[in-house]
Ligand binder design. Structure first.
Ligand code: DGL
Length: 219
């Protein structure tokens, strides 16, 4: 049995915890979030770093064998710094630009993420490296995260945003914020077969299994 630490600013990470529990039962999961400072997606990188570092410290001190950063905002902006700060294996979650670009027939994809993720150098690098000839739409999802966190969904507004990217030709929609995993069904319904919806829980679990194998902690 391994101790798996999972971190997110808010309840997005719980969708990842749910997926890990389902696919990898028997391990101990320690989930931590930052209810006091959520949302992160509109804050500065230094502010996010200041909030995140002590929480990761707690996960390390509690003996986690591996830490999943179940937050695209933290992964895209800070995972290299956290790797320098802590001698622990990290698994990040970031927008699935590469698989979306590879799968797209229309050459148009949409990435739904927080402003801080969309402005990150890592995300920019992902686009340049893996989607050079692809038109990447970045719809305004800046208020979705709070809608999900407060359980006050404006379903029509979300469906309208998704409808618009589909009408613009996107055939792949990337969920680049773990909060959006909770509304995956709503997004799929709004896409109505016009676009495939991608999110990284399955690849993260594959990576988690391989890290635990390497550590000799797989079940
Ligand atoms: N779940 C976080 C992510 O994946 C949300 C960030 C926020 O707190 O705004 O980006």
């Amino acid at each position: 049995m391994a101790k798996i630490g999972v971190f997110d600013s808010g309840i997005g990470g719980l969708s990842v915890v749910r997926a890990i529990k389902k696919e990898m039962p028997g391990h101990r999961i320690i989930f931590k979030n930052d209810a006091e400072h959520v949302p992160y997606g509109t804050r500065s990188i230094e502010e996010i770093y200041g909030f995140t570092k002590p929480i990761i410290r707690q996960l390390v001190d509690e003996g986690c064998d591996v830490i999943v950063i179940a937050c695209n905002t933290v992964t895209t902006n800070l995972i290299s710094r956290l790797r320098e700060d802590f001698d622990a294996p990290f698994i990040g979650m970031e927008p699935m630009v590469k698989p979306a670009a590879e799968a797209s027939l229309s050459g148009i994809i949409a990435v739904c993420a927080t402003p801080r993720t969309l402005q990150s150098k890592r995300y920019d690098w992902l686009k340049q490296k893996f989607a050079p000839g692809v038109n990447v739409l970045e719809p305004d999802c800046s208020d979705w995260m709070l809608m999900i966190e407060s359980n006050k969904l404006d379903r029509e507004k979300i469906a309208k945003t998704i409808g618009e990217v589909c009408e613009a030709g996107a055939d792949q929609i990337v969920l680049g914020c773990t909060h959006f995993h909770w509304i995956e069904e709503l997004i799929k319904q709004a896409a109505d077969g016009r676009a495939k919806v991608l999110q990284p829980e399955t690849p993260v679990i594959t990576q988690l299994n391989s890290v635990l194998q390497q550590l000799g902690r797989a079940l």
